[in-house]
Design a protein around this ligand. Structure first.
Ligand code: IMP
Ligand code: MG
Length: 179
C-alpha cells in the first residue's frame, strides 16, 4: 500500500488519479446535459477546488464565466465554524444562473453559509457540484446537484485538498491511515 507522511500524519493512497479523471468526465457529461445551450456563471471555491475546476471546466460545452473565491473554514482537521469570504464579489451574481464547484462537502457548513448569502441575491438558479461528499459528516443539509465520490468520514488530502496547507499538489487522493 502506498503511504505518504504529511507533517505529523501518515496517509494511504485512496483514489488514484485515473479514477478521479474518469469520475470528472462522468460529472462533466451530466453537467453538459443539464446546461446545454445555457449561459452559466461558475464560482470556484479556493483553494481546494482549483484542481477539480482546472480538470472539469475544459470539458464544458456551454458558455460560462469562471469566478474564483477564497473560502476558509478549516484548521488542521477541524471545521472552525464561521467562514470568511468576500461578500462584494457575491453581489455580481444577482439574477444569474450559478454553479458552485467545490472540492469536498463535509459538515455542509461552508456551502450552507455561502448559499444563504447567494440566495439573497435572487439568483435565477443555484446548483452545486462537488468532487467528494461525506454523507455521514453532514450537519447542515444542502442540496447537492452533482456528486463525484461519496466517501466515509475519514480525512483526505490531495487533488487540491490539504492538511495544514500540505498535500494539495498530489495528483491522487489519500486518506488518513487507520491506527
Ligand atoms: P464543510 O464546511 O464542513 O462542509 O467543509 C468544507 C471545506 O472544508 C471543504 O471545502 C474543504 O476545503 C475542507 N475539508 C473538509 N473535509 C476535508 C478533508 O477531508 N480534507 C481536506 N479538506 C477538507
Ligand atoms: Mg473547499
Amino acid at each position: 500500500m502506498i503511504e505518504i507522511q504529511l507533517v505529523d500524519k501518515t496517509f494511504q493512497l485512496f483514489i488514484p488519479n485515473s479514477s478521479i479523471l474518469d469520475k470528472i468526465e462522468e460529472l462533466a457529461q451530466q453537467i453538459n446535459k443539464a446546461y446545454s445551450g445555457q449561459q452559466l456563471e461558475i464560482l470556484v471555491l479556493l483553494d481546494g477546488a482549483k484542481m477539480f475546476a482546472d480538470a472539469i471546466m475544459p470539458r464544458f460545452e456551454f458558455n460560462y464565466n469562471a469566478h474564483y473565491q477564497q473560502v476558509k473554514s478549516y484548521q488542521g482537521m477541524h471545521s472552525v465554524g464561521a467562514i470568511q469570504f468576500d461578500r462584494q464579489l457575491l453581489n455580481q451574481f444577482r439574477g444569474k444562473n450559478l454553479l458552485i464547484l467545490e472540492d469536498i462537502v463535509d459538515t455542509g457548513n461552508t456551502l450552507k453559509q455561502l448559499s444563504e448569502v447567494l440566495l439573497a441575491q435572487n439568483l435565477e438558479q443555484l446548483a452545486i457540484a462537488t468532487l467528494l461528499y461525506k454523507p455521514l459528516q453532514l450537519k447542515h443539509p444542502i442540496p447537492l446537484n452533482f456528486i463525484g465520490f461519496e466517501i466515509g468520514p475519514e480525512f483526505v488530502v490531495g487533488f487540491g485538498m490539504d492538511y495544514n496547507e500540505c498535500g494539495r499538489e498530489l495528483k491522487d487522493i489519500y486518506h488518513l491511515k487507520s491506527q
